[in-house]
Design a binder for this molecule. Structure first.
Ligand code: NOJ
Length: 724
């Protein structure tokens, strides 16, 4: 259990009160304002209103926060100025989007979640925060803990998939890793900022920023659990989302920000809006002008205004006119000051400028990047045990637009990443194979264009080699913010290249680089071996080569369902039976397609085989306050040592409210030597069995429960017990 990091100790409370008692209203609202320095850097003389407000606040020493500074020198200089110019010596807090690594770029979060390894996530988050802190950053806008069921949505790459339980575990680990509160004197402490609160992953049609319409039940059962866990893990801030919830955009949504977050959960930290989200209240159509936007945002519970300038411009007037009570401002600024005190920014806001040389891209972080990348890889298909390949091949062809690519493996949201740090697949392979292997390379085509001129050369090298590795997929800007897709197959001419190569009849291994689930049914039908390698960060090529040549036995499991077609979306394992489950004519089905996914949630192969036996439930009948243990024997029946993610799912067979066919309630990643058997035991507690019943309260309802333990969400041993 992670200790909750209390923001308001009595000492902090006292200091906050004493500061507030001396602050003018203007100083207070300055603290509640945050700006994007990168925006200013691109256009310093634009003189637009935002730049003017930011400059005014900087000059007056009243600015609460900046983000997107470039490097430690700039952070130190601006911070020094802020403190010197501030009448009360109040430092700024410097933020940044540190989504999956800083300069040491780790795999995209969707990939990292496929490791099902919270300890790994804790370590990558912590390494990222330490690198960022050495560059003057003390607030990372991470983790992204949105649940989503829509791979069209480009920001699925930044999520940890579709499941609330896995989301909870990962959110807790990420917050714990990212918040570095005991930094050495020469660096900074770091606060995390779980986002986007809430429902952002449910944008209609998978179109980023689109309308969200979710029931309170889906909100509370699926979307909110990771946020609740992040709060309980001590998250010091939270970012509100752009979208509306029940008709009210998040930063204006009192129910979300005050009723749930503050009153129900007791969140004490800072609530920051998303970028210009206050300004967008006008575009959404819930405020007639900026002044009204200002009023509803502060009344809803938004503490800090990211990059709209609206708080600074209008809050004083609203207070003077009696439309906003100054106590709301004191509460918000109090939380911002408390955060700064907690991070020790009043004691030391300067960073030793030489520190980053030893922290950034340290040997430890680079090796962690390789470890994380290997654990993120998911083996989707491996007929005839084509993989792993021997390092002693006579000849090997490597083709495809991602083979030598060092830019796209960085993935979306890797602003501090540098392509020169990335090991390409071809270089990873070169470093792995015998010097006697003849290595042939041709690109074949690029990611998106319709040009087939490179096919001839590529197919010639395929024909010449014993084995071919084809690296295909998406560019990094096909996922991430604003980058939704309506088709989820390989773009450009890549499919044609892969099909032509397979047609030559020689062994072909396809390596996919993508930021989301794809609908590559044709590939599954035609290829013998498919390796899902996502966008894996700086150690991409080495990690993939480790897997291809058997130095690492893949263990990743999908955390988002791969649909067969865009028409099936949203498709997710946590679905309900309905009154007419898929079957005959008048059932919930398609006339032109199966309802099953291409690859289900939790799926992923290994070079070895795992057999599940002896499901034992400790009791067939328990009371509603009892726990029950469920154990299963897993045997590695293959010839490689390997890791397996053992998954436990629960189904409440009849409840006052319809329940999903399966809900993940436990998992355990175990290592098994070839031939070894281990028993895994899960404890199913009353809170695992509790549901939000028809009367809206959390209860364990009596009745039968089904348990499934297996290697993915569709395959496992099933048992049953009864709650009396
Ligand atoms: C908008 C994004 O939605 C959010 O995730 C990010 O933290 C902010 N911009 C700041 O860059």
């Amino acid at each position: 259990m992670i200790a909750k990091k209390n923001l308001f100790s009595s000492e902090i409370k006292e200091k906050v009160q004493s500061l507030i008692s001396e602050m003018t209203l203007e100083e207070k609202v300055g603290q509640m304002s945050q700006f994007d320095w990168g925006f200013h850097a691109i256009n310093p003389d634009a003189g637009g209103e935002i730049n003017l407000i930011m400059k005014e606040l900087l000059d007056k020493g009243m600015l609460g926060s900046l983000f997107n500074l470039s490097g430690v020198e700039q952070a130190n200089t601006l911070q020094q100025q802020a403190i010197e110019r501030s009448r009360l010596g109040i430092p700024m807090i410097v933020g940044r989007d540190v989504i999956h690594g800083y300069r040491s770029v780790f795999p995209i979060p969707l990939a990292q979640s496929a490791s099902w390894n919270p300890d790994l996530i804790r370590r990558t988050a912590s390494a990222a925060s330490k690198e960022a802190a050495s560059d003057g950053i003390s607030w990372v806008f991470a983790p992204m803990i949105d649940i989503t069921r829509d791979p069209r949505w480009g920001r699925i790459a930044e999520t940890m998939g579709e499941d609330p339980h896995l989301g909870e575990i990962m959110a807790e680990a990420w917050v714990d890793g990212a918040e570095v509160l005991d930094s050495a004197n020469e660096s900074l402490s770091v606060a995390s900022c779980p986002k986007h609160f809430a429902g952002y992953g449910f944008a209609e049609s998978g179109r980023d920023y689109n309308t969200v319409d979710v029931s309170d039940r889906v909100l509370r059962e699926v979307i909110l659990p990771p946020f609740r866990k992040a709060v309980d893990a001590g998250a010091l801030s939270i970012m509100a989302s752009f979208n509306e919830v029940n008709g009210v955009p998040a930063c204006a949504n009192h129910y979300l920000l005050t009723t749930i977050l503050r009153e129900e959960w007791g969140f004490e930290g800072v609530l920051v809006s998303d970028y210009n989200a206050l300004g967008e209240l006008i575009t959404h159509g819930v405020a007639k002008d900026a002044e009204e936007a200002c009023e509803i945002a502060i009344k809803a519970g938004t503490d800090m205004d990211m990059h709209s300038g609206i708080y600074y411009k209008y809050l004083p007037k609203l207070v003077q006119e009696g439309r906003v009570d100054e106590s709301l401002i004191d509460a918000a600024v109090g939380r911002i000051l408390a955060l700064k005190i907690k991070l020790k920014l009043f004691d030391n806001a300067q960073v030793n400028p030489d520190l980053n040389q030893s922290v950034i891209l340290s040997e430890e972080h680079v090796s962690l990047a390789r470890e994380a990348a290997r654990e993120s890889i998911v083996l989707l298909k491996n007929d005839n045990d084509t993989l792993p390949l021997t390092k002693q091949l006579k000849s090997l062809a490597v083709i495809g637009p991602l083979a030598t690519n060092i830019n796209d493996p960085l993935g979306c949201w890797a602003a501090d990443g540098n392509p020169d740090d990335v090991v390409s697949l071809l270089d990873g392979i070169k470093a792995k194979i015998s010097p006697d292997t003849e290595l042939l390379y041709a690109e074949g085509c690029d990611i998106e264009s319709e040009d087939e001129n490179g096919f001839e050369q590529a197919l010639a090298v395929v024909a010449q080699a014993d084995v071919t590795i084809i690296a295909v997929g998406e560019s990094k800007i096909m996922s991430g913010e604003g980058n939704s897709r309506s088709e989820l197959d390989l773009p450009g001419k890549q499919r044609e290249l892969v099909e032509a190569a397979i047609k030559l009849g020689k062994p072909v291994v396809v390596v996919l680089f993508n930021g989301r689930p794809l609908t590559t049914v044709w590939l599954d039908e035609k290829a013998t071996s498919i390796v899902e390698a996502w966008h894996l960060g700086i150690q991409s090529g080495n990690a993939i080569a480790d897997v291809l040549f058997g130095d690492y036995n893949p263990s990743g499991k999908l955390t988002a369902t791969f649909p067969r077609s865009v028409g099936q979306i949203p498709l997710y394992y946590y679905r309900k039976n309905t009154g007419r489950p898929p079957g005959g004519v008048y059932s919930s089905r398609y006339v032109d397609a199966p309802v099953q996914p291409l690859y289900p949630f939790g799926y992923g192969l290994s070079y070895t085989k795992f057999e599940y036996n002896n499901l034992v439930i400790s009791s067939t009948s328990i009371s509603s306050s009892d726990s029950v243990s469920v154990s299963v024997d897993i045997t590695n029946t293959g010839s490689y040592n390997g890791d397996e993610v053992v998954q436990l799912y629960i189904r409440d067979l009849a409840a006052s409210v319809t329940q999903p066919l399966k809900k993940l309630k436990g998992f355990s990643k175990i290592s098994l030597l070839a031939g070894e058997t281990k028993t895994v035991t899960f404890t199913v507690t009353p809170s695992d069995l509790a549901i939000i019943g028809v009367n809206n309260s959390l209860t364990v309802e009596p009745g039968s429960f089904q348990v499934m333990v297996g290697s993915n969400s569709e395959d496992g041993l099933i048992g049953e017990f009864v709650v009396r």
